[in-house]
Design a protein around this ligand. Structure first.
Ligand code: NAD
Length: 292
């Protein structure tokens, strides 16, 4: 397949490289990054998109997506599919899909989970919004870049699934970190709390797959000095998008809003930037009840 790939950063670079390694003809463009091996460099986003059957975008924000979409939609051949894999706000995803559809193109929002490790290994999970026919056309590419692609519904449903999942993750990670810090202050060995929680009703992915306490549970960023993994500022971004979506939909999400505020403080006012999002555990462990 002929593919245009725009946004070749930490995630997009290895995703584009995997498509090229699988034998597809990939033309890439990024404002700042070089093309990975096997990907031909285009001079512009429109140049990467012209003549492509599928254009994949992997960009930092809804603003960047809107700017790139305005450039590539007129350059794309009728019937081609614009597949955005960035994590962006639901409104940008829906607006771009509307513009692409009006221009006779297919459009998918297909944000991912799995991080840079998943992008490199080709084991990402895609959460996809858009028409079924477009999902099926792009599925062979999802199968190369990822291990699983779930069709979540109409345009915007992929972004909705992504931010709802990550709101659960952010809230449960904070609850897990503060509970393990409380356990320590009660004189309870965190390894014993792990034994209980991992098979009891407090169980979640944050405990059993990504325990935030060093040397407890399976290996996780806590065992690597909290090097990411999934950086706290990326969690802050996703919780901000969840908050924005809740405001748009008139939904009451107090725990999600509090999690966003705690991660904002952690990243902007404490030492959280560049650390894994599970570094909330040493934060809580070091603090007393009044925050001191
Ligand atoms: P990144 O900053 O490394 O890459 C984004 C790239 O987009 C940059 O290289 C930048 O130069 C390029 N870019 C920006 N505007 C552009 C434009 N107008 N035209 C062309 N290129 C442009 O970010 P990343 O870590 O690769 O993340 C990409 C997306 O994936 C984000 O939306 C992020 O939230 C999401 N995501 C990231 C992770 C992760 O672990 N890094 C995990 C899941 C989802």
């Amino acid at each position: 397949m002929r593919i245009g790939f725009i946004g070749l950063g930490n995630m997009g670079g290895p995703m584009a490289a995997n498509l090229a390694a699988a034998g597809h003809e990939v033309r890439g463009f990024d404002l700042a990054q070089p093309c990975p091996e096997g990907v031909a460099a285009a001079a512009s986003a429109a140049g990467a998109a012209a003549g492509a059957e599928v254009v994949v975008t992997m960009l930092p924000s809804g603003g960047a997506l809107r700017a790139v979409a305005a450039e590539v939609i007129p350059a794309m051949a009728p019937g081609a599919v614009l597949c955005d894999c960035s994590t962006v706000d639901v409104a940008s995803a829906r607006d771009v899909a509307t513009d692409a559809t009006a221009a006779g193109l297919g459009a998918l929002d297909a944000p991912v989970s799995g991080g840079v490790g998943g992008a490199t290994a080709g084991t990402l999970t895609f959460m996809v919004g858009g028409r079924k026919a477009d999902v099926e056309r792009v599925r062979p590419l999802f199968d190369i870049m990822g291990a699983r692609a779930v069709h979540c519904g109409a345009a915007g449903a992929g972004q909705a699934a992504k931010i709802c999942n990550n709101m659960i993750l952010g809230v449960t990670m904070i609850a897990t970190c503060e509970a393990f810090a409380l356990a320590g202050k009660l004189g309870l060995d965190p390894a014993r709390l792990y034994d209980v929680v991992s098979t009891a009703s407090g169980q979640s992915w944050s405990t059993t797959s990504y325990c935030p306490v060093p040397a407890v549970g399976p290996a996780s960023p806590a065992d690597n000095d909290y090097r990411p993994g999934f950086a706290a500022e990326l969690m802050l971004k996703d919780l901000g998008l969840a908050k924005e979506a809740a405001e748009m939909a008139g939904a009451d999400t107090p725990a999600g809003t509090l999690a966003a505020e705690l991660y904002r403080r952690f990243v902007e006012e404490e030492d959280g930037r560049g650390r894994d999002f599970s570094a909330m555990y040493p934060r809580f462990a070091a603090r007393g009840r009044t925050g001191a």
